[in-house]
Write a new protein. Structure first.
Length: 301
């Protein structure tokens, strides 16, 4: 199980609007508590040239909502997704709104980014032990390694401080060592993905070497964990990702999340899919994969 062993149981990406689609929310104990998020910008249509050379208005938010409707009609799970072309050549597909979800193990990318920021500030490289923890944490989703690095970054306060630098305004670190219960938004996860896979140091605070290090680990995720957003890629090898899965003891329902970079038709896309209220892990994985494919298809055509 991918859960914090210590646990008892929106941001808006610049230029990318995020919107939440909700089925029948399960309600009850164990559900995420919304956090303050940046007010979403109005949905804007992007322009594309028609055969006549005239610009045609394309509302990708609406297109994505329609594409997801059949996936959500019969389910009780709650879903949020954000997607963008890494090169910015097309507008990001719309959606979410800032609703907060448990991170489960996708927070491990954030923990590693925080560790690298601290090392950069100290003018040092990661130690061999820190690298061993980082490899196990990202490639194999090892919880003990995550706990060790969580403590190394200063826990809750350390992650929240790092997120100010990274630009994650709707993410709140889990309290009392419960890093898997960190609350985040799909938009914030897209911001973190840009910090890792982007090409400008100023965009994230992470150096080029730090970005390449995190991306390399995400490209080598264990074979049995290469589900989720990878379903949208041309091939499983053409993606870099981190997944999270967490059964909630209070409800028996599952949080299933997946974030990463996928390549479609030779072009890279960043995708963040968050969900909760899934009746089983397998059902949540299938939902997340369907949502990821629909989201990328809206941009890639």
């Amino acid at each position: 199980m991918d859960r914090n062993p210590l646990a008892a149981c929106a941001a808006l990406l610049t230029g990318t609007l995020v919107v939440t689609l909700i089925g029948c929310s399960p309600g009850g104990a164990g559900q995420p508590v919304p956090v303050a998020a940046t007010a979403p910008a109005s949905a804007s249509a992007s322009g594309e040239a028609s055969a006549s050379g005239k610009e045609v208005s394309v509302d990708r938010d609406d297109a994505l909502a329609k594409a997801l409707k059949p996936l959500l009609d019969d389910g009780d799970a709650r879903v949020s997704v954000a997607v963008a072309a890494l090169d910015g050549s097309v507008d990001g597909a719309a959606y979410d709104g800032g609703s907060a979800f448990d991170t489960a193990s996708i927070v491990k990318v954030d923990i590693l980014a925080a560790l690298l920021l601290r090392a950069q500030d100290a003018g040092r490289a990661l130690t061999s032990q820190e690298r061993a923890y980082a490899t196990a944490m990202i490639e194999n989703s090892d919880n003990a390694s995550a706990t060790a690095l969580w403590e190394a970054i200063g826990g809750t306060e350390g992650l929240d401080a790092a997120n100010l630098t990274l630009g994650l305004t709707g993410t709140r670190a889990g309290a009392g060592g419960e890093w898997g219960l960190t609350q985040t938004t799909a938009g914030d996860q897209l911001t973190l993905l840009r910090a890792v896979f982007g090409s400008d140091d100023a965009d994230s605070g992470l150096s080029g070497a730090s970005r390449a290090y995190v991306a390399g680990l995400m490209e080598r995720t264990a074979a049995d964990q290469r589900w989720g957003v990878s379903a949208a890629a041309d091939s499983v090898s053409a993606c870099a990702l981190k997944n999270g899965w967490l059964p909630r003891s209070t409800t028996g329902l599952w949080d299933i999340n997946s974030v990463g970079r996928v390549t479609v038709g030779g072009k890279p896309y960043l995708v963040s899919v968050l969900s909760d209220g899934n009746t089983a892990k397998e059902a949540g994985v299938a939902l997340v994969e369907g949502v990821a494919k629909a989201a990328v298809a809206v941009l890639a055509g």
